[in-house]
Write a protein that binds this ligand. Structure first.
Ligand code: BJW
Ligand code: ZN
Length: 242
């Protein structure tokens, strides 16, 4: 039996499945990843753009970066991997999708039990009163202000050195510890604490499978490593279910 068929069999038997996705799942939609050959961090200084210190020093530069990404992400669509996860969710009694992506494409595809642990680019947060709002404008300008208190707005995303929302993180850890199968799709698995979730699942006895263009530092700990494009492999996992 091929690895893909074996994994499919494990999924068909599973009562509970957790999925962790990273930038690789949106690459085929046209969203740049972070660390690959064309990755964002190759072109931009992460410390100048995705840290609280960067925003404190030069909020206009940070907004310029996020406006560029809003515009880009606003023009792309979900791909077969996002759609296949929506179908998988319908077939599994307890399904949790944990994404590190801020692009909102899982929501757009129709995933329901979704935890966006690094936030969402379409949300803004007031640095004064803390209010979080959805704002779908492709361009927020360079110094958007809160309608309630006049404070500076920032993207509602998690930057390096910032704590993740503790409720969301706890939900993600619980889903990882309680699943029968965990799929880890399109992430280099270097950013903590998300990178530890697969170990939580494995330690609790789950079957853990990775789908990626290349092997990662976690591959040796995986029960299955399926090498290839997520948009080709993930749909295969839901083909011909009874
Ligand atoms: C395909 C494909 C295709 C391509 N098909 N596959 C412990 C040890 C060491 C360091 C730390 C630690 N704990 C915390 C840290 C520090 C830091 C960290 O982890 N640093 C590491 C780099 C070492 N972590 C943090 O700072 C986190 N905060 C924290 O822990 O706070 C603690 C705290 C507690 C209390 C008070 C205060 C603090 C926060 C991390 C936030 C990460 N934020 C970003 C930016 C989000 C906003 C934005 O997008 O603008 O999140 S960074 C960036 O990396 C983004 C991503 O979600 C994240 C992960 O990247 P991802 O998704 O894995 O993408 P890539 O590009 O790396 O990989 C893509 C993969 O896809 C590749 O493998 C390709 O091969 C593959 N691929 N095409 C299948 N078609
Ligand atoms: Zn405010």
């Amino acid at each position: 039996m091929s690895e893909i068929d074996e994994l499919k069999k494990a999924l068909m038997k599973a009562e509970s499945v957790a999925v962790l996705t990273g930038a690789g799942i949106s690459a085929e939609s046209g969203v740049p990843t972070f660390r690959g050959a064309d990755g964002l961090w190759r072109k931009y200084q992460v410390t100048e753009l995705a840290t609280p210190e960067a925003f404190a020093k030069d909020p206009e530069l940070v907004w310029e970066f996020y406006n560029w990404r809003r515009d880009l992400i606003g023009g792309v669509d979900c791909n077969p991997a996002h759609n296949a996860l929506v179908e998988l969710e319908k077939r599994i009694p307890h399904f949790t999708l944990i994404t590190q992506n801020i692009d909102g494409l899982h929501l757009k595809a129709g995933s329901r039990n979704l935890i966006e642990i690094h936030g969402n680019i379409w949300k803004v947060r007031c640095t004064g009163c803390g209010e979080i709002k959805l704002d779908l404008s492709p361009d927020m300008g360079l110094s958007p202000k809160c309608g309630e208190c006049g404070g500076a707005l920032r993207p509602h995303v998690v930057w390096f050195g910032e704590a993740l929302d503790q409720d969301l993180l706890q939900q993600a850890v619980a889903a990882s510890r309680n699943c029968d199968v965990m799929l880890v799709i399109g992430t280099s698995a270097v950013v903590q604490p998300a990178a530890s979730l697969a170990f939580e699942a494995k330690a609790a006895g789950a079957t853990v499978a990775e789908i990626n263009l290349e092997r990662t530092s976690q591959s040796d700990h995986m029960d299955f490593t399926l090498i290839g494009k997520a948009g080709r492999i993930v749909p295969k996992l839901i083909e011909d279910w009874p």
